[in-house]
Design a protein around this ligand. Structure first.
Ligand SMILES: Nc1ncnc2c1ncn2[C@@H]1O[C@H](COP(=O)(O)OP(=O)(O)OP(=O)(O)O)[C@@H](O)[C@H]1O
Ligand SMILES: [Mg+2]
Length: 431
């Protein structure tokens, strides 16, 4: 967090780098600035060219700083991709104070103790997310601070990711002149800020349609139970139009973003796109033809999403689906999703001026996650006894100590943990 209380969140996308800066005003998120820059050097959440990524980050930061009128020194970064793994974890600590009252220090210690486990060499800890605590015999405790006890246990989730991928992101941030405050699991933060506690309890599917990928997340019984990355996004829609219109990529992008619809039947007969095709001929393509191509691609994409979600084992997603990500800005996409999925679907885009586009959903979700969790039990908001821990260790390392394996208790407590997580969210986000 910056000295003046605001926080910056960065989403390093394949198509664009999105940076949002905000603060909490009376418990409400107030967006102060945003910066967006074309991305280069990123592929599906992984940095493949550090120099290009650094330049793009700097550009997004400059835009945001111009609006903010201040320098941005540190950022939280959304993390996602195929390399991310989430596993249950469990920590145990004995209460320090002689009067047995549990303090911030005990909670930090129990969270840190959960990180002390054997990991494959190529993986690093990104975050530990507490779901519930046990104080002596009392299970299902949401916030143990102020309670009396001898033994404190934490049940939660550990998020791990590829050391190589995390290192490249960290280097890019640092070389752009920024301090990395921490990594935040993008789809988890997004779900928490975009869906209500009831939706997350009843079951909801989050579909983030980006440039080269679509991230599908299923929340159920208060928990993120499934994530899947479909390697299809807005780029595929544009490429389909390149073939159809026989035009340059940039022209196809304009056709998609300015004239395209996700449902052909919504097309206006008088609308269309004039452009010069690859043979140098001036051409007019009706909106219906552009939309026909887009509809076919998106329908196939939603069918693949549905097939995946049906295999998750969640009986019904009573909360329906939430769409976000840049390509979800296509008019008619909500209606098409409702048809294909057979469930109610709504579009999520942040409501604040300046970020009212579904492409900002992840960056705003991370911002909200960081700011709102500042008043509850998570590492980010606890006093840091030795400054090692923010939301996650920015260097991706785990704490040193005794090695321990996963504990079976975590599995036995699964149902209770999920309920605890739901209550935690309610407190975090009040939704
Ligand atoms: N108004 C619009 N209509 C249709 N598509 C749009 C619109 N605005 C943006 N897009 C598309 O959204 C995609 C970018 O979305 P987003 O910024 O969420 O992706 P990203 O985060 O950069 O990529 P990824 O998540 O795949 O790494 C691009 O393909 C872009 O063409
Ligand atoms: Mg994205």
């Amino acid at each position: 967090m910056e000295a003046n209380g605001y926080v910056a969140a960065l989403d390093i996308g394949t198509s664009e780098i999105k940076l949002v800066v905000g603060e909490l005003l009376g418990g409400t998120l107030n967006i102060l600035a945003e910066g967006c820059a074309p991305s280069a050097g990123v592929k599906r959440g992984a940095v493949v060219d550090i120099d290009k990524t650094v330049q793009a980050i700097k550009q997004a930061v400059e835009h945001a700083e111009a609006a903010l009128g201040d320098q941005i020194r540190s950022v939280y970064v959304a993390i996602e991709g195929e390399h991310i793994q989430i596993a249950p974890c469990h920590g145990i600590a004995s209460v320090k104070r002689e009067d047995q009252e549990i303090t911030d220090t005990d909670v930090i210690e129990v969270i840190n103790s959960a990180q002390v486990m054997r990991l494959p060499d190529e993986m690093s800890v990104i975050d530990v997310i507490p779901s519930s605590f046990t104080v002596d015999q009392q299970t299902g405790v949401v916030d143990p601070r102020g309670m009396l006890g001898y033994r404190l246990e934490m049940h939660g989730k550990m998020v791990t990711g590829s050391k190589t991928i995390l290192h490249s992101i960290r280097r890019s941030i640092e070389r752009a002149g920024l301090k990395l405050e921490g990594f935040v699991l993008g789809n988890l933060a997004l779900g928490m800020s975009a869906a209500s506690v009831d939706e997350i309890d009843l079951g909801i599917g989050l579909v983030d349609i980006g440039h080269e990928k679509t991230t599908v997340s299923v929340f159920y019984r208060g928990d993120l139970v499934y994530s899947y990355i479909l390697p299809v996004g807005g780029d595929h829609m544009t490429r389909d139009l390149v073939y159809k219109l026989n035009c340059k990529y940039q022209d196809a992008k304009v056709a998609k973003e300015e004239y395209g619809l996700a449902l052909e039947e919504m097309a206006d007969a008088s609308e269309g796109f004039s452009f010069t095709n690859i043979n140098g001929e001036v051409t007019f393509e009706p909106q219906s033809e552009i939309s026909y191509v887009l509809e076919a691609r998106i329908e196939e994409m939603f069918t693949l999403v549905l097939n995946r979600v049906q295999k998750v084992g969640v009986p019904t997603l009573s909360g329906g689906y939430l769409l976000c990500g840049g390509a979800a800005a296509l008019p008619g996409i909500q209606e098409l999703a409702t048809r294909v999925m057979g469930q109610k679907t709504r579009l999520y885009q942040p409501s604040s001026i300046g970020v009212r586009h579904p492409k900002y959903a992840t960056a705003v979700g991370v911002l909200k996650y960081v700011l709102m969790s500042d008043h509850h039990v998570s590492k980010s908001r606890l006093e840091k006894p030795d400054d090692r821990v923010a939301v996650a260790n920015p260097d991706g390392t785990s704490q040193t100590g005794n090695v321990q394996d996963h504990d079976d208790d975590v599995v036995r407590d699964d149902r209770e943990t999920k309920n605890g997580f739901g209550r935690l969210m309610e407190k975090l986000f009040g939704v």
